[in-house]
Design a protein around this ligand. Sequence first.
Ligand SMILES: Cc1cc2nc3c(=O)[nH]c(=O)nc-3n(C[C@H](O)[C@H](O)[C@H](O)COP(=O)(O)OP(=O)(O)OC[C@H]3O[C@@H](n4cnc5c(N)ncnc54)[C@H](O)[C@@H]3O)c2cc1C
Length: 285
Amino acid sequence: MHINQIFLKDKPTFSFEFFPPQTRSQAEILYENITRLTPLAPSFISITYGAGGSTRELTHDLVLKLNKEEQLTVIPHLTCIGHRKSELKQMVNSYRTKSIKNIMTLRGDIKSTDGKTAGDFDYASQLVRYIKKNFPEMGIGVAGYPNGHPETPNRLQEMDYLKHKVDQGADFICTQLFYDNHNFFDFQERIRLAGIKIPLIAGLMPLTSIKMMKKMSKVALGTHIPGKLQRIISQCKNQQEVQSAGIDWSTAQVENLLRNQVDGIHFYTLNRSQATLQIYKNLEL
Ligand SMILES: Cc1cc2nc3c(=O)[nH]c(=O)nc-3n(C[C@H](O)[C@H](O)[C@H](O)COP(=O)(O)OP(=O)(O)OC[C@H]3O[C@@H](n4cnc5c(N)ncnc54)[C@H](O)[C@@H]3O)c2cc1C
């Protein structure tokens, strides 16, 4: 289903993100957790893409498998760095012919020191424009950063870039993970002031361990982990307590977002289900 129809149907949307497994045991974990989460009837699920094409086939095959077998609306991620236009066109076309109706359109993280991406596009906005021109029927999602994107410290300029990206044909924005709802509401206010009217989905990743907190701070650079949350985590006596504190924190975030009429909530599941299921249970969703 096209994302615009999904937003008309589900107010708010609930969605889950997974990454393609690299090994047989990872695949077993993924399918087990998808089976647990499917009864929650998500508005859509999304599958990440390894920047530069590192999971090209894995993402593609998983998207098609889940789309066919699980009757879920699946949104593949696609990053433009390191790809030629022809490759990107071929990938989107392959999805289109298999009834995939939306693409999460990204740039990917640049690994080179000169900032160049060694592909035909340097920014996600160019890929949005390209998909819109060649596949106008596709729904398009783009990324937004409540804590700011590390490459653009000037937040006013960053908003101009985001507005430009949206104007190329995006249908929704999904945010990077955040732990302080004030950052989200402030971002929401700033994008609306900039004249961006498309739905804004809040991306949440419940903290489940200290190791994961440290890893995520490296991957999602710039993510602010509030002092209050860090204090709660530091007072936990064992892993079980950390996990339940992280889930309680995200439960309060979701409750507050729902009370403030958020357009959608997206769970970064890391291919697990326990935290998401517990949040649903806590809030009787
Ligand atoms: C919801 C979500 C899903 C993600 N999924 C994936 C995934 O599946 N695979 C993956 O590899 N990564 C993923 N990422 C990470 C993402 O690829 C990185 O954060 C990347 O660094 C930026 O991608 P972008 O699409 O936001 O890029 P862009 O929108 O192109 O922005 C990148 C940077 O360039 C700046 N910029 C934009 N236009 C210009 C311009 N014209 N001139 C100068 N600067 C400009 C922006 O302000 C920003 O700092 C995801 C991120 C989010 C939030």
